[in-house]
Write a protein that binds this ligand. Structure first.
Ligand code: FAD
Length: 286
């Protein structure tokens, strides 16, 4: 099923997982997928390395497992470090596995890997995918501006090109301050971007994540969020519960504001996904 059809009659609720490191047993992620299936998400997306990692074969296997579990899969596809021939090969494999939904991405530019010249932006990839078959195509968007863009206004103009190239819907980068998402949404709609936009929510439930948030993530950290993280960072259970509660609060507010969908960055943590799904089940399914 094409994900774009889902937005017609409901607020979409989706999950994201990533292929585990090679050292980890495949059974762990497969068990996680079984647990996530029981939470009845509308779809589950699988990340894909921009750097040509051999884990990408695993990403395709994971997407197939999601499909075999009776859940709609979406596979991420970054293009910056791949040739047209490599992308064509991956698209053929995706098609052969019966996967219809793709999140088309540029990928982060890695200073150690000279980018291939064939796809410069996600919009180039989207145009190419359109020519290769009947795929549902999602694109990424950045409520607090993509780090390479000079301003949110410029980024939104580029986002519009992505939609004009054929993106059916968008999934946002994570954010912790709903007001930044609302402001972005308002500007995107004013710029004529009319496709559904899912809000990306990441529950922050352990100390490593906090450190990563502070150093690498461009998302602004509201005072309330910082206070919670500082208070509970040394108490794993309290931090986990506080992170879950924070994400639930964000989702309730977004749902009340009529958001098109929620995309939960699960970090392969089925316990956290379950707690959040249970807390918002009445809201998601109304
Ligand atoms: P683009 O849409 O190409 O935009 C990149 C930059 O170029 C932006 O600053 C934009 O304003 C600018 N731009 C775009 N088009 C033009 C144009 N025509 N002219 C001039 N400037 C332009 N990365 C992975 O490697 N694997 C993943 O699985 C993955 N999953 C992700 C999932 C989500 C939901 C999100 C939000 C991001 C994900 N990423 C992933 C990260 C993503 O690859 C990076 O953020 C990357 O830097 C940008 O990708 P993009 O597709 O948004 O790029």
């Amino acid at each position: 099923m094409h994900v774009k059809e889902m937005f017609k009659d409901r607020m979409v609720f989706s999950f994201e997982v990533f292929p585990p490191k090679k050292t980890s047993s495949i059974d762990v992620i497969y068990n996680t997928l079984d647990e996530l299936r029981d939470l009845r998400p509308d779809f589950i997306s699988v990340t894909f390395s921009a750097g040509g990692s051999s884990n990408n074969a695993l990403a395709c296997d994971i997407a197939s497992k999601i499909k075999n579990n009776g859940v709609v899969p979406m596979i991420h596809l970054p293009c910056i470090n791949y040739t047209r021939e490599e992308i064509t090969g991956t698209l053929t494999e995706i098609k052969d596995r019966g996967i219809e939904n793709i999140l088309a991405l540029r990928g982060d530019i890695n200073p150690d890997i000279p980018p291939k010249k064939e796809f410069k932006y996600a919009s180039d990839l989207i145009e190419f995918i359109r020519s290769q078959g009947n795929f549902d195509i999602a694109g990424a968007c950045y409520p607090e501006c993509h780090p390479d863009a000079s301003s949110l206004e410029v980024d939104i103009l580029n986002l519009k090109r992505k939609v004009e190239a054929g993106a059916d819907h968008l999934i946002s980068q994570l954010f912790f301050d709903n007001s930044s998402f609302y402001e972005f949404l308002w500007k995107a709609r004013a710029a004529g971007i009319n496709v559904p936009i899912e809000a990306g929510i990441m529950p922050v439930v352990n100390k490593n994540q906090i450190e990563r948030m502070v150093t690498t993530c461009g998302a602004s950290l509201p005072k309330k969020f910082v206070k919670i993280m500082q208070k509970f960072e040394h108490s794993p259970e309290a931090l986990r519960d506080a992170g879950i509660a924070y994400a639930v609060n964000q989702i309730v507010d977004l749902a009340a504001s009529g958001v098109d969908g929620i995309h939960l960055y699960t970090m392969n943590n089925a316990y956290v996904a379950r707690k959040i799904s249970e807390a918002v089940s009445g809201i998601i399914r109304t």
